[in-house]
Design a binder for this molecule. Structure first.
Ligand code: AFP
Length: 333
């Protein structure tokens, strides 16, 4: 059967009026930037990408050269298209306006340019995560200033979200609100080819993902859920569970999309608001997971309904197979 490329997929979505030309250009541009990042990540120690920098990002985390380079690749790729009002990145404290010599557009782009970067030096998958919102309008129909306030919208307002996982293969996962689709980078033609149409997450699972080194800090509902999984078939769950933890959200989420599972980074005594960032990690992943038939909460509230109060705020994340997320959330009630 003839394979469908990402460009063909997006042309069809535009023809069906699911997306417009500006959003199509935005997604094509992001995918092209992800190809450039993939090439750079795959060079590894053969390039000068290793070793930290002496600079830090807004969270005080030491930036690796690839963090900074990936951020620059995404900024440069997205400044000229005329479809964006501004950009927000994990690596930058404030929104980046579109340079005045380029036209502005209706969309707001948020991204984590290289998530899982602590895994770069040990050759474990990393990725890029992105989220797309519309710039709010004033009463007269003009666009609001693309300042921090314009970005502080709940995740349910997203018009598109996706991620690239730079692993044994580079896969670009995308939703524009009508399901979730995966595209694998064909390195011979250097094009993204659809390999995962209509991804659906099984409602049940026997696999959980959590960093168990935080166990002593967890809240009671999380402790109860994990203890029950560990008791296996002789315990209240009546079945054995497996555990995975890559410590790279894109890799863990892609596995959940591929075969089900529950991914948890709950709040705890140390990470009082959780560790993951709402605007450019939790929200895009929650949109994707829900579009694939899964669920995503912070233990109490649907992630897409959380009202943001800061660009870089953190939140607890419990996402994946519907029946497991429902169970953990019920334990929090
Ligand atoms: P880094 O980008 O600092 O590697 O953090 C990755 C991450 O944000 C997310 O991708 C992982 O799921 C999570 O942190 C891993 O956190 P732990 O290192 O505490 O397990």
């Amino acid at each position: 059967m003839r394979r469908v490329t990402l460009s063909q997929f997006l042309v069809a979505r535009q023809r069906d009026k699911v997306i417009n030309a500006d959003l199509r250009l935005l997604i094509e541009t992001i995918a092209r930037a992800c190809k450039a990042i993939s090439t750079r990540v795959n060079k590894g120690a053969l390039a000068d990408g290793h070793g930290g920098l002496d600079t830090s990002n807004v969270h005080g985390e030491v930036q690796k050269k690839l963090d900074v380079l990936s951020n620059e690749i995404l900024l440069e790729a997205n400044e000229w298209g005329g479809n964006l009002a501004a950009l927000v990145s994990e690596e930058m404290e404030n929104p980046q306006p579109i340079p005045t010599h380029y036209p502005r557009g209706e969309y707001l782009l948020l991204f984590d340019p290289l998530d899982g970067s602590s895994n770069i030096d040990v050759n474990i998958s990393v990725g890029t995560i992105f989220s797309v919102l519309r710039c709010p309008k004033n009463a007269d129909g003009s666009y609001c200033d693309a300042n921090e306030q314009a970005f502080l919208q709940p995740g349910r307002h997203q018009v598109a979200a996706g991620f690239a996982v730079y692993g044994p293969t580079t896969v670009f996962v995308l939703t524009v609100g009508d399901g979730v689709f995966g595209f694998t980078l064909d390195r011979e033609t250097f094009t993204f080819v659809q390999t995962h149409p209509e991804i659906r997450i099984p409602a049940d699972t026997q696999e959980f993902a959590i960093n168990c080194s935080n166990a002593r800090r967890w809240e009671a509902p999380v402790k109860r859920y994990i203890d029950e999984c560990l008791q296996g078939k002789d315990g209240p769950r009546g079945k054995d569970f497996n555990m995975r933890w890559v410590a790279s959200m894109v890799a863990d989420v892609f596995r959940v999309l591929s075969r089900g599972g529950i991914f948890m980074y709950p709040r705890d005594a140390k990470n009082k608001d959780g560790r993951l960032r709402l605007m450019y990690e939790a929200n895009p992943m929650a949109f994707i997971i829900e579009q694939a038939g899964g669920e995503a909460t912070d233990g109490r509230t649907r992630i897409l309904d959380l009202e943001p109060h800061g660009l870089h705020q953190r939140c607890a994340v419990i996402l994946g197979s519907k029946n497991e997320v429902d169970r953990v959330t019920s334990y929090h009630q």
